[in-house]
Design a protein around this ligand. Structure first.
Ligand SMILES: O=C(O)Cc1cc(O)ccc1O
Ligand SMILES: [Fe+2]
Length: 432
């Protein structure tokens, strides 16, 4: 059984209000003595009660049964999905992986999560977990919530039909989905199989960046973010609720569908965004800009301008910079970079970086265009623009080193010859 979408409300972090049955939302108060239609009122807080108003996020849910109603949690064994990033040595090598193969067996979204890397921890409330998912069946009689971090889901192959307490979000590759901490949801696969990336953010909630001299419009525009209209099901049965709590998965029996919110209002809700709407800005004079110009959302850190995580995309664009090496330059950064590819080819890598694949370049590890890209771009005619088409790469960039998991380092899909992509770079130096 699937719940159909009731559509969307637009805006980033707005004070939304939505009811699937007319007259559900109380007027002029949040918690009346008796809620309309015999519903229960429940608050879901995403920030401290006393967070300043501009940062305060919470919603009120009016539901058939309160979230407290479920059985006792017991461990749920899914050893590939965790937050064990280790504390020992971490290789400074450049790392790259081919796409995670799609499962041959029936595997749902939660069973198909595979942890690649991360830093910090849910207990410390800083850092990120970076996961892949590869799934082949709908979550059946099972709902999931992550108490450890908000989930930034980046589909790469196959759509996702995501039923949440707040309503339904349908996403396809090129769209992203953010499910806030604690929100219960079920993922169905309209295309039969699906693959993608997840950034689990343990720290400050994702927000739109300030635009500085860019002005009041540009990059990801707030009105293009969509939150769901309320949609619910009134369903009883022998089901299960899976929780991620302090790095581990738990399961509890639940006798009803938790997607039973008939109306809600507030500013803490899941949302989606179509990356193709990004208003991409670049150089119209010379030089390739820093990738911060491609920022979509970020989780700010304690120091201004230094993020816990920046989500950056490399969408189709026109390169016009003159007398310029147009692809990303060679570089070493204090920040650490995990990249993925949703579609097409990435302009710094002629070969080997496939859609569904990923790479990791940690703090001060040298990287940049591969040898073939360097030779081509050094010889290119820059008097005319380049149209970079058929591409959508992204980066989860973190201030702290991103530690690959033991399973990612040992994985069959790791490209152990990745560094060879630079070995063909020729010495061109001539003093005279
Ligand atoms: O390909 C990369 O490494 C990502 C990246 C892209 C870019 O345009 C500038 C710097 C950077 O790290
Ligand atoms: Fe880089």
């Amino acid at each position: 059984m699937t719940i159909a979408s009731n559509g969307y409300q637009s805006g980033f972090g707005n004070e939304f209000a939505s009811e699937a049955v007319a007259g559900t939302l109380p007027v002029g108060r949040n918690s009346p003595q008796r809620v309309a239609h015999g519903l229960y009122a429940e608050q879901l807080s995403g920030t401290a009660f006393t967070a300043p108003r501009h940062a305060n996020r919470r919603s009120w849910l009016y539901r058939i049964r309160p979230a407290a109603m479920h059985g006792t949690f017991a461990p749920f064994e899914q050893p590939a999905f965790h937050n064990d990033f280790g504390s020992g040595a971490v290789t400074p090598d450049q790392l790259r992986w081919s796409p995670l193969p799609l499962p041959q067996q029936p595997v749902d979204f939660v069973e198909g999560l595979y942890t690649m890397a991360g830093n910090g921890s849910p207990a410390a409330q800083h850092g990120i977990g970076i996961h892949l998912y590869a799934a082949s069946r709908d979550m059946q009689g099972r709902w999931f919530y992550d108490a450890d971090g908000e989930l930034l889901i980046v589909p790469q192959q196959g759509g996702l039909h995501v039923e949440t307490e707040f309503g339904v979000l349908d996403v396809v590759p090129h769209e992203i989905l953010v499910v806030p901490r604690g929100v219960r949801f079920r993922v169905a696969l309209p295309d039969g199989a699906a693959r993608g990336y997840v950034c689990e953010n343990f720290a400050a909630l994702l927000k739109l960046p300030d635009l500085g001299p860019i002005g009041s419009n540009g990059l990801a525009n707030p009105r293009d973010f969509l939150a769901p209209q309320a949609a619910y099901e009134d369903l009883e049965g022998d089901f299960e609720l899976v929780a991620k709590f302090q790095g581990h998965l738990w399961r509890a029996p639940i006798g009803h569908s938790p997607i039973d919110v008939v109306g809600w209002h507030g500013n803490y809700a899941p949302y989606k965004y179509d990356l193709r709407r990004h208003n991409t800005i670049g150089s119209i004079s010379y030089d390739h800009p820093d990738p911060s110009i491609f920022l979509v959302l970020h989780s700010p850190g304690e120091h201004e301008g230094v993020s816990n995580m920046d989500f950056v995309i490399f969408p189709p664009r026109i390169l016009a910079a003159q007398d310029t090496f147009r692809p990303p330059w060679f570089h070493r950064n204090v920040a650490s970079e995990f990249m993925g590819l949703i579609h097409g080819a990435y302009d710094a890598k002629a070969e080997g970086f496939a859609p569904g694949g990923c790479s990791l370049h940690n703090s001060f590890t040298g990287h940049g265009p591969d040898a073939a890209t360097f030779e081509k771009a050094s010889a290119a005619d820059t008097s005319r623009p380049d149209y970079v088409k058929d591409t959508m790469a992204f980066m989860f960039e973190a201030r702290a080193v991103i530690r690959p998991t033991a399973q990612a380092l040992a994985a069959a899909h790791r490209q152990r010859d990745y560094q060879a992509c630079w070995s063909g770079l020729q010495k061109h130096f001539a003093a005279r």
